[in-house]
Design a protein around this ligand. Structure first.
Ligand SMILES: CCCn1cc(-c2nc(Nc3ccc(C(=O)NC)cc3)nc3[nH]ccc23)cn1
Length: 303
């Protein structure tokens, strides 16, 4: 075990009782379990991410994710609880707090009528704060998308799934990945599509796409992939999609404003989608800007 793994909280596999599947993240599926050492169903619910070693992910990657999550103590990042070694220590699982309301996509699709602009902006500002926390530890998330945001309560969301996150080397401002893998290119900044360069500013681009998803209530008929493919043309398939996407972004096409989206919010998205990463805002100024718009919404509510 590497030195800092000695302070991991160990969950014994025999006390983890499987209840249901919660979802699929990068590098593994997530299950709802009850950790019930007393065996009397009084134990607490936990979310358990089982490592699925495949071509992309190895045990090392998974241990990095465990270590990543264990160092974050932030209200807007899903809480790490500990690890569980399976018998024979062949594989391990990551144990996290269980968030009862599920993914943001699920929540917004099902609660469209009682989520107003102010609540959307509250969620956006919380995601910003979570990203500031990641940035303070030099992490780039690389897969910031509404599918990776979880709802803890009707007024709290958290960032989840750090399977693709990387630490930016101390002497650089970006992380270059070697193989693209199954990239969520419709959330990617141009420099990430073209040069596989990832930085806090490429996470800011993805944040703009998450803002777009939120203000579309995560409606699957107008999700980022659909809207981009409409523009590119459905006859385009496979690897050339990223080249076509890079071209339309180069020619200043951007995702259209969601219906009834306040002008100030759409212009914030457009700032996140500045072609030159140096012109994109940082998460702290984005957070302040969102709080200002929330203030305006409080004074003259429209939605
Ligand atoms: C982000 C991608 C990977 N992923 C993580 C989780 C996850 N889910 C939940 N709760 C959850 C999920 C779904 C539903 C539901 O009703 N579904 C129809 C209700 C509650 N708590 C979690 N704590 C840590 C991870 C995690 C699910 N997928």
């Amino acid at each position: 075990l590497s030195p800092n793994q000695h302070d991991q909280t160990l969950f014994e596999e025999r006390h983890l009782r499987f209840i249901s599947n919660l979802g699929k993240g990068n590098f593994g599926i997530v299950e709802l379990c009850r950790y019930d050492p007393l065996g009397d169903n009084t134990g607490e619910f936990v979310a358990v991410k089982k490592l699925q070693p495949n071509k992309q992910s190895t045990l090392e990657d998974f241990k990095k994710e465990v270590n990543t999550l264990s160092v974050f103590h932030c209200d807007y990042i899903v809480k790490y609880r500990g690890i569980c070694y399976s018998t024979g220590r062949l594989s391990m699982s990551l144990v996290m707090e269980y968030l009862p309301c599920g993914s943001l996509i699920h929540y917004l699709e099902n609660n469209r009528h009682n989520v107003n602009t102010r609540r959307m902006l509250l969620f956006a500002s919380q995601i910003c704060k979570g990203m500031e926390c990641l940035q303070s530890l030099r992490y780039v998330h690389r897969d910031l998308a509404a599918r990776n945001i979880l709802v803890a309560s009707e007024s709290l969301v958290k960032i989840a799934d750090f399977g693709l996150s990387k630490i930016i080397p101390f002497d650089k401002e970006y992380y270059r990945v070697t193989q693209p893998g199954e990239s969520p290119i419709f959330w990617y900044a141009p420099e990430a599509i073209n040069e596989l360069k990832f930085s806090h500013k490429s996470d800011v681009w993805s944040f703009g796409v998450v803002l777009h998803e939120i203000f579309n209530y995560c409606d699957m008929n107008s999700n980022p992939k659909k809207l981009c493919m409409q523009e590119i043309g459905y006859n385009v398939q496979g690897p050339s999609v990223s080249m076509h996407l890079a071209n339309i972004l180069k020619n200043n096409w951007r995702l259209p404003a969601p219906p009834n989206c306040p002008t100030k919010v759409y212009s914030l998205m457009m700032e996140c989608w500045a072609y030159d990463f140096a012109e994109r805002p940082c998460f702290s100024s984005l957070g302040n800007h969102i709080e200002t718009i929330m203030q305006d919404e409080r004074e003259n509510p429209k939605g």
